[in-house]
Every structure is written in structure tokens, then in C-alpha cells.
Design a protein around this ligand. Structure first.
Ligand code: ADP
Length: 158
């Protein structure tokens, strides 16, 4: 039974995140999407809002579930007995950051393996921070996020 976690901020979830989740769900037996609560980072959406959006977005994928983590991700994985951690990579810049993060996680728990999944090309420039900024100027986010996220962004920036 191969169970993997896909942690992130998902502030908000984008079509790039969903593409990774869907593809990972086709490879692994179970995927747990983990909404990370970063104490140092002010997010646009609360952890509860991000959790609710991801639950709705993944409800049709039977082997995908969602959780919130407000501890170190390795501690969360240990408690959930998950040894595989998936991260999406859009390009070299992501890779160098993700590589260092994986080294840090490995130092904290050598039993955890990070698996990098490259994004599909059409999502390579999708980034939650750009989408937040675009939405703050009432820009059109169609094609970047699913409709329910677009609606939630319009509610934040009416
Ligand atoms: P962070 O955890 O750095 O805040 P995010 O929450 O935005 O990052 O993303 C969670 C994971 O999804 C990360 O591994 C990130 O690289 C990946 N990711 C983000 N956007 C995309 C995308 N457009 N395509 C593929 N992977 C992505």
C-alpha cells in the first residue's frame, strides 16, 4: 500500500496543484493533501478555507483525502505513518528550493523520501502568489484556478 502526502500552502489551490494531485493519485494507492499552517506566513485564505476548498475540489477522487497540519511536516508524517512526500516542480528555481527542503526533511527523518513531480507544461508559470496579486486587481483568473476558487477570490476582493 503506497500512501503519499502532498503538502503545501495552497493559498489558493490552483489548476497546477490539482494536476499534481490527479497525476499522483494515478500512481499511488492513496494521496493525502496536507494544508500546511505556516506560523510565519500571513495567508489570504485561512487554513479552514483552504481545507474546505481542497475537500470540494478532490471529492470525486476516491483515493484522495485532505488534512490540515499545524506542526512540522515530518512530525505530521510520522504520526500518520506516511513515508512518501510529493512536491511539484515547475522549473530549476523550484528544484533548487525543493532540493534543499528535502535535505532538511531527510535530516529530521531519514525514513522520509521526497518524490518530485514535474508539472505539466501548461502549468509551469502558475503560482498562488501571482494569482493572489492578479485577483487583488480584479484580474481574470479563469484558466488558472477552478471556478470555486475564482468565486472565493472574488469574495475576498469584491
Ligand atoms: P509552498 O508550500 O512553497 O507554499 P504551494 O503551497 O504553492 O507551495 O505548493 C505546494 C506544492 O505544489 C509545492 O511542491 C509546489 O512546488 C507545487 N506547485 C505549486 N504550483 C504548482 C504548479 N503550477 N505546477 C506544479 N506544482 C506546483
Amino acid at each position: 500500500m503506497l500512501k503519499a502526502a502532498f503538502p503545501g500552502s495552497f493559498d489558493p489551490p490552483t489548476l497546477g496543484h490539482l494536476n499534481i494531485i490527479q497525476r499522483a493519485a494515478g500512481i499511488f494507492d492513496e494521496i493525502l493533501v496536507v494544508v500546511a499552517v505556516n506560523r510565519l506566513k500571513k495567508t489570504l485564505f485561512s487554513a479552514e478555507e483552504r481545507y474546505a476548498m481542497l475537500c470540494e475540489l478532490t471529492e470525486n477522487w476516491k483515493n484522495v483525502s485532505v488534512a490540515v497540519c499545524d506542526t512540522l511536516i515530518v512530525e505530521f508524517l510520522q504520526k500518520a505513518d506516511i513515508k512518501l512526500l510529493i512536491r511539484g516542480v515547475r522549473g530549476m528555481e523550484d528544484f533548487s528550493f525543493e532540493f534543499e527542503l528535502s535535505m532538511m526533511n531527510k535530516a529530521l527523518d531519514p525514513g522520509i523520501e521526497t518524490i518530485f513531480m514535474t508539472c505539466d507544461p501548461q502549468y509551469s508559470v502558475l503560482r498562488s502568489s501571482f494569482i493572489r496579486e492578479l485577483a487583488s486587481f480584479q484580474g481574470n483568473v479563469t484558466g488558472m484556478v477552478p471556478p470555486l476558487v475564482a468565486r472565493a477570490l472574488r469574495e475576498k476582493y469584491p
